[in-house]
Design a binder for this molecule. Sequence first.
Ligand SMILES: [Zn+2]
Ligand SMILES: [Zn+2]
Length: 365
Amino acid sequence: MALNVQKIYADLHPLAEVGGTEKKTSAYVVKVLDELGIEYKAPVGRTGVVAWIRSGNPGPVVLARADMDALPFSTEDGGTCAIHACGHDAHTAMLLCVAERMLGKVQSGTLKLVFQPAEEIRSGALWMIEDGVLEDVDVAIGAHIRPEQDMPAGGMCSSLNHVASATVRVRFIGKVAHGARPHLGVNPIDEAMSFIAMVNSEHYDPNKSWTVKATRMQTEQGAVNSLAAWCEVMFDLRAQTNDIFYKMLENMERQAKAVAAGYGGEVEFENVDYCPAPEYDKALMELIDEAIVETVGEQRLYGACGGGGEDFHFYKEKKPQIRSAYFGIGVGAAPGLHHREMHFDPKYLSAGVDVWERILTKLLG
Ligand SMILES: [Zn+2]
Ligand SMILES: [Zn+2]
């Protein structure tokens, strides 16, 4: 049987399921693995699937990862629906074809194919890790389709400029008092304003990119002639390197507590969710560059692009001795990733399968 990446993509696209609910998608993956006679385990990490192609000979364990989840969008009747607006269906389709291509080609070590749920909610990689997916892994590789803003369709790049990112919730709890007697209360809005000013005047290495900003602010609802019981501020943080990222989080928490103590109030500080920055392996990136040039030619090799966060980088963070890389497959996705109308010509996925195959053959062949 020769799998067709465009056909699998067309099958998976309408199955779109949001993070943690990928039952139909993982059932499809399992069905194809069964047909190929490939050893697998499911569920792993709630709704994920792990498959193995073993050489029986010594060599590295190479983890190749595809994510499977879609994004939620609102519908006209006020409900929500899932749409594959980030191309994770394409990633799953490519990895299934790669599984078939690698049958008989793994001469040393083991290929571990990871179909991961819940990337968009920064949880799936952690669920897979909790279920032991990293235990024997030496190398971890991921890939993502790229939109037209990053490179033309048919282009490839050996790394993506992901950043560490987090959502932080800070709730200042003051003390309610009548507007005529503010001296008897603690105004949580004053605390929040002081804290935001403090966060905005914090400085980190200007040679690296980083950003932190308040994105939402709300108070307890009620009579406007009395102090609110609490004021909550949400922050979005991003940083190019993990050292800056963790320093930012540490400083924010310390400052929130200091502000609350200064005003005589209390504070809740919650790192709602986060993912770390990548730490790519240079030799592995060179190997991917080579694989791209050998497969599609030098004129289609582009420099690093992209942005945003990726929970794939938890694999490296949780097991630092792993060599990790993450490459980009230009498909000309328009108008852009995470847009409900996101679309591209799936013919460009064939080159992605070819490059995956060449990378894995270099590592395991
Ligand atoms: Zn996405
Ligand atoms: Zn994505």
